[in-house]
Design a protein around this ligand. Sequence first.
Ligand SMILES: Cc1cc2nc3c(=O)[nH]c(=O)nc-3n(C[C@H](O)[C@H](O)[C@H](O)COP(=O)(O)OP(=O)(O)OC[C@H]3O[C@@H](n4cnc5c(N)ncnc54)[C@H](O)[C@@H]3O)c2cc1C
Length: 510
Amino acid sequence: MEDKKIDSTLSSESYWQDTVSLPTFPSLQHDIETDIGIVGGGITGITTAYMLAKEGLQVVLLEAGSLLNGTTGHTTAKVTAQHGLIYDELIRRFDASAAADYFTFNSLAMDWIKQMIKEKQIACDFSEEDAYLFTNSDEGFDLLINEKNAYKQIGIDHDFVEELPIGIPVKAALRMKRQYQFHPLKFLNSLLEEMLTLGVKIFEHTTATAVRHSENPAIQTKDGYQVFCSKVVEASHFPFTDARGGFSSRMYPERSYVAAVRTQKTYPGGMYASVDLPSRSIRYAPSQEGELWLIGGESHKTGKGGNTEKHYQALIDYSQDHFDMEEVRYRWSSQDLTTLDKLPYIGPISDKQSNIIVATGFRKWGMTLAAGAAHLIADTIMERPNLFAELFAPNRFHAKSHVKAYTKYNTDSAKELIKGKLEGTTIDVEEIPPLHASIIRAHGQRTGVYRDQEGSVHMIDTTCTHMGCEVNWNQAEQTWDCPCHGSRFSALGEVIEGPAKIPLKQKGNE
Ligand SMILES: Cc1cc2nc3c(=O)[nH]c(=O)nc-3n(C[C@H](O)[C@H](O)[C@H](O)COP(=O)(O)OP(=O)(O)OC[C@H]3O[C@@H](n4cnc5c(N)ncnc54)[C@H](O)[C@@H]3O)c2cc1C
């Protein structure tokens, strides 16, 4: 069989983005007053805006770029309560009741999504699928047994099976029946349409830079305007007012890759995720040109993936080895944030700033967690009790689950910071091909050199403008990625993804 290579000219637009036509909105060019100001136009911001508009509140939503072009636009969109290996870990870190609450929270979110789709007849390729967590290693087998015992302890309906419908070799798999998948952007587009009729005001290309805090907060925008409101919801993936919550030391970003391929096989149904590394995630999408198999995985901490093209190639090789792949139709990658205790942060950012609410740290399971967060935020704002408020409170601190993880993560970040400062090669700049970059030492300073398509060379200071770590080049996405807290910059140094807000410094012709 001919070895397929990844086509490096494929854009990084996802299948979801390519198959939906989203409305566009102007940027904010005046001060505005509203009940609720929401920052971030991904699933978290949109579902929250929808819920709050349904409560009869006035809502303004700000998006730094275009709607649904962040992690949500690049997801795999399994809608499930099977979130990898999690329930055994939650029992060990917290207790069985916390693990059961996590399951209930996600199951309720699934019910809500299903109900919305049914009620509003949203055409979003929704289907019910069994979800499988599988392993083909002895170590993975032991982990899966522990997870199965956790399911039993907290009452999750499950089967332990020795074969998968999809035919990849496994030692065992844990099945959670009747989970869902959908086309996330078709679903959210439908909410957007309804939100507009409810009077939600949306502004794209409007970056929030800070919240001036008094009794009534005011969101400040990069262009110098303000949104005066009574509550702010930070749905910006990484909370954009990071300095207050200290989230940089409590969450880490991980990138993953997806290839949407056509194969010679008929998809047998089901959604799959591996316990073993490198991670693998499989589902299908019923596209107009036939079934697309979405093969995901290759997770790594942001900025530490080495040659990022190799991750796509690994997914292609896997598709070819297992599924007789014919053609790669799309490929994309994105990152999500994991908290130290694996539970998301949803709620007031701090005791003193109860009118600023965050929702983040979804650990690559934001389809249900964001929908659940929208409900929790609506209850918080409407001052209704919510069973899950305490579990996800951002100011929680559980010594048992935090201290070790906190020390390790921050030691890793500190190591990255020091290691980065010492790195840098003496490569000849003339050898850098177009659309590639390298790190050199110029005047003793670590410098990023990028050659654009026309052959011009651009130099940037590789010091991340967030907390001073050194960014690394991501060849597949053509970005500079920070290994400490996940900020990402374009080849020319513009901010693509926070927590950084300031571009990398241009180095010009020094
Ligand atoms: C490869 C991959 C696969 C995944 N697969 C699944 C899956 O199968 N099932 C599942 O449940 N979850 C999955 N996830 C996780 C899920 O996609 C995310 O948790 C979810 O999309 C996060 O949504 P969000 O709205 O919080 O963030 P985003 O979608 O990133 O939205 C945040 C928005 O805020 C904007 N923003 C940021 N800063 C500012 C600012 N200062 N001012 C204005 N706007 C700002 C950004 O531009 C962005 O549009 C996956 C994640 C990845 C990376």
